[in-house]
Design a protein around this ligand. Structure first.
Ligand code: ADP
Ligand code: ADP
Ligand code: ZN
Length: 213
């Protein structure tokens, strides 16, 4: 099963994608996580991506598409995957579709996790991330067992640079301009499913598994 997660930054795509990946035994692929790992390791790609990410802008399609296509070509993706944060532009979606069509494959579902802008800034300021393993927490809604420490790997948790309120507003604007058009794109392909992302995490997951079966 091949699944795309759509939704504003902070809507809960990553949280749900991890749960989907575990339940269905498929890899969770986050382009944001791939970029952050590259930044942490000081690679050329990381240095280029960081310039855009810090401003709340999208990393250019040329860079992003190649990384994603390489990743989904790996063996662990043969049985499907859940994409979190890709595609974020119409050209990205078109390149993915072309690559899949060439192999007689297709995306099964695009799941839009719908959360109004008013809720987003609050979610982001409370988000704490583990840059080592990619786990995400929320100070109020989804706290770690020990304050400031990742449940999964024991590393320290941080407020991401791009989760500061000034940058979040830029990211929301970029989302509405460049990413939201994908909702129509997948709706026309009849694979769009929308879930109410304001519910609590388990209820959102329940709504998603009702769709995926
Ligand atoms: P969030 O989960 O909060 O939406 P991500 O971790 O998905 O954030 O992405 C963080 C940043 O990484 C984005 O703001 C953008 O700069 C960059 N990025 C991630 N995925 C893509 C993509 N598919 N295209 C362009 N830029 C991306
Ligand atoms: P995205 O990947 O869409 O940017 P995340 O999954 O990282 O979003 O979630 C953003 C923040 O909101 C995180 O701090 C996360 O712990 C929290 N969160 C996720 N789902 C919910 C939910 N259903 N209710 C409240 N907070 C949530
Ligand atoms: Zn961790």
């Amino acid at each position: 099963m091949k699944i795309i997660m759509l939704g504003a930054p902070g809507a809960g795509k990553g949280t749900q994608a991890k749960m989907i990946a575990e339940k269905y035994g498929i890899p969770h692929i986050s382009t944001g996580d791939i970029f952050r790992a590259n930044i942490k390791n000081g690679t050329q790609l990381g240095m280029e991506a960081k310039q855009y990410m810090d401003q709340g802008l999208l990393v250019p399609d040329e860079l992003t598409v190649k990384i994603l296509l390489d990743r989904v070509a790996r063996e662990d993706c043969a049985g499907g995957y859940v994409l979190d944060g890709f595609p974020r532009t119409i050209p990205q979606a078109e390149v993915l579709d072309e690559a899949l069509t060439a192999q007689n494959e297709k995306i099964d579902y695009a799941i839009d996790v719908d959360v109004p802008d008013e809720n987003i800034v609050k979610r982001m300021s409370g988000r704490r991330a583990c840059l080592k393993c990619g786990a995400t927490y929320h100070l109020e809604h989804i706290p770690p067992r020990t304050e400031g420490i990742c449940d999964s790997c024991g590393s320290g948790l941080v407020l991401r640079d791009d989760d500061r309120p000034e940058t979040v507003l830029n990211r929301l604007k970029v989302y509405h301009d460049q990413t939201q058009p994908l909702i129509d794109y997948y709706s026309r392909k009849k694979i769009l499913r929308t879930v109410d992302g304001t519910m609590d995490m388990q209820d959102v997951f329940h709504a998603i598994t009702a769709i995926l079966g």
